[in-house]
Design a binder for this molecule. Structure first.
Ligand code: SF4
Length: 362
């Protein structure tokens, strides 16, 4: 190894420290890697320094670990060598500004047999707010022709992505057997979840995933935090650094027409039959929750996953707005998911080799 070379971590690879370990987020390739906290503090100090300088500042017994850390970055294409300081300085940090032209970026609409609101009126209001994606969750079996009308309307709207949650009932909606044809009706459909289904299956059709699951979903089921919900990408990271990763620019309408930050939350800001979404948005209280970043949430603020994990403010420990989501099974002290199925890829790299660099030095 030429020790005059300078080691640099790619700008789109961010190391986030947690209570017991850190994670490198590769925001471009949407992958993440577990590393010890000493790795975080090491590169916070030495990113952009020559290998010679790094070794000159460390004891000889750490040289093997230093080489291992650097090799890990190079082998996994998380870092690269530069020949000069000038060259290394050409690579700037990522901008963490979060800007979107939408007043509302996403909406969730719940619907059941007792719902009495006008979908088209809601869609029109969402379009005026430049909403980009909507999720419609049907808690009762939906009439085929009603759904087709909705999808045909959305086909020409400015809303770009549509997700549906549908209840399966063999007697009432055989049309779900031909759901692939159904997806072709509207290219804006990105996901359909059919619950209560006799079997489990995932189909990819055009831009959409159609997911059949046996389990029954209810409105109380949202807010789960697990590895398969993680989003390790730049837009999510930047939003989570600045705003609440679940509620920012979100609006929810529950099955009774009550307008909320999310349909699962208690606080209503008016009923869609008597007020408008724009009026609700003018209420500053409605937007307060948008500013609760993971850094402000107890326990999550020490979790290495905090900028890839979707948040939930509807179900929190002790119903405290600044507490960890109550449906999260991750223990930041043991680094284990208490629910085994979530513990898919959690493992320490370098568990035997850590450099004793003090957290307080930086
Ligand atoms: S502790 Fe918080 S940030 Fe970490 S996985 Fe759980 S909910 Fe997500």
């Amino acid at each position: 190894m030429n020790e005059e070379k300078i080691i640099k971590i790619f700008s789109n690879c961010i190391i986030v420290n947690g209570l017991k370990r850190s994670v490198i987020y590769d925001l471009e390739r949407e992958e993440f890697f577990h590393v010890p906290n000493s790795f975080y503090y090491f590169f916070k100090k030495y990113n952009g320094k020559s290998i010679k300088e790094i070794k000159d500042n460390n004891n000889i017994e750490n040289y093997q670990t230093i080489d291992e850390y650097i090799n890990f970055l190079i082998t996994n294409e998380l870092g690269f060598y530069c020949d000069t300081i000038e060259e290394a300085n050409c690579f700037h940090k990522l901008s963490l500004k979060h800007e979107t032209p939408s007043h509302i970026s996403n909406a969730i609409i719940d619907f059941d047999n007792n719902s009495s609101f006008d979908f088209i009126k809601i869609f029109n209001q969402l379009e005026e707010l430049n909403c980009q994606s909507i999720e419609i969750r049907f808690w009762d079996v939906i009439n085929k022709y009603f759904l087709i009308d909705l999808l045909l309307y959305l086909k020409t709207s400015s809303i770009r992505s549509v997700e549906l949650v549908l209840k399966y009932d063999n007697k009432k909606n055989e049309f779900l057997n031909n759901i692939v044809e159904f997806v072709k009706l509207n290219s804006r459909i990105t996901k359909i979840i059919v619950y209560n289904n006799p079997f489990t299956k995932i189909i990819k059709e055009s831009n959409a995933f159609i997911i059949f699951i046996k389990e029954k979903i209810t409105k109380e089921d949202c807010g789960k935090c697990a590895e398969y919900y993680f989003q390790c990408n730049l837009p999510f990271y930047v939003e989570a650094k600045n705003y609440n990763s679940c509620l920012n620019k979100k609006i929810g309408i529950d099955a009774n027409g009550e307008i909320k930050n999310c349909p699962s939350m208690k606080q209503s800001y008016g009923n869609i039959n008597f007020t408008t979404l724009a009026k609700v948005l003018n209420n500053e209280k409605f937007k307060n929750l948008w500013n609760i970043t993971k850094d402000k949430v107890d326990i999550c603020n020490k979790c290495e996953y905090r900028y890839m994990c979707p948040d939930c403010r509807a179900y929190t420990i002790s119903n405290n707005l600044y507490s960890k989501p109550s449906k999260c099974n991750y223990d930041i002290k043991t680094m284990e998911w208490n629910n085994k199925e979530n513990n898919l890829i959690s493992k320490n790299i370098f568990s035997n080799y850590e450099i004793g660099i003090s957290n307080t030095s930086y």
